[in-house]
Design a protein around this ligand. Structure first.
Ligand SMILES: Cc1cc2nc3c(=O)[nH]c(=O)nc-3n(C[C@H](O)[C@H](O)[C@H](O)COP(=O)(O)O)c2cc1C
Length: 199
């Protein structure tokens, strides 16, 4: 089959796009609201987009709390979402009022960050502490729809739980990071195909 992506006339029951670009890592974004309360939400439009300096991005469908907090406070933290924390990841994806602390809502404990104010998810084996850099608005396809806004941040601090370091390497096998597929499907990182020279 072949279809016009702008018309989106694939004729399938569901749009296959998110299933094609998969798996997508999940950035579990913590920020502080204007009262200093913690906000936490998963974003699967998330990725590392450059290397030295390390920039990451998450993309918000409309102006959600994470984006507003990151812009206002200038900081956010991306904890790694793992299979072990699958239920909590989904709970924190619920749409709730801006003042609700999703860490508490999902019965998650936090740990202070070292370089920024928002805390990380204590049980997550790695977290990227970020300084807000820029928001890029991606125009919506029609006037009624909310645009996506890509929030870019520079990673200024990295936490790794020593337990997931094996022979000096961050072990995908031990971390079991969740990846988002299409529809309501997820996968877990760990099936390795490797070349001889890591970068
Ligand atoms: C696994 C997962 C991935 C998600 N990815 C995104 C995303 O990339 N962009 C987005 O706008 N919403 C995404 N959502 C929905 C947000 O997490 C949800 O709207 C949340 O309430 C936003 O919270 P906030 O307003 O505190 O930022 C995702 C939800 C789940 C469960």
């Amino acid at each position: 089959m072949y279809y016009d992506a702008r018309k989106n006339d694939h004729g399938l029951q569901y749009d296959p796009m998110k299933a094609i670009v998969a798996p997508r890592p999940i950035g579990w974004i913590s920020t502080l609201n204007e009262h200093g309360g913690v906000n936490l939400a998963p974003y699967s439009f998330f990725n590392l987009v450059s290397y030295r300096p390390h920039y990451v991005m998450f993309s918000s469908h409309g102006r959600k709390d994470s984006l507003r907090n990151a812009e206002r406070e200038g900081e956010f933290v991306c904890s790694v979402a793992t299979l072990q924390l699958f239920d909590e990841v989904n709970k924190t994806g619920a749409s709730v009022a801006a003042h609700v602390d999703e860490m508490q809502m999902a019965k998650l404990k936090s740990k202070p960050s070292q370089f920024v104010k928002p805390p990380r998810v204590a049980k997550s084996p790695a977290a990227l502490e970020c300084r807000y850099h820029q928001t890029v608005e991606l125009p919506a396809s029609d006037a009624q729809a909310d645009p996506y806004l890509m929030v870019i941040g520079e990673v200024v601090g990295v936490f790794i739980d020593d337990k997931v370091l094996k022979d000096g390497r961050y072990s995908a096998d031990m971390v079991k990071a969740l990846g988002r597929l299409g529809y309501f499907d997820y996968t877990v990182a760990g099936a390795l195909a490797n070349t001889d020279s890591p970068s």
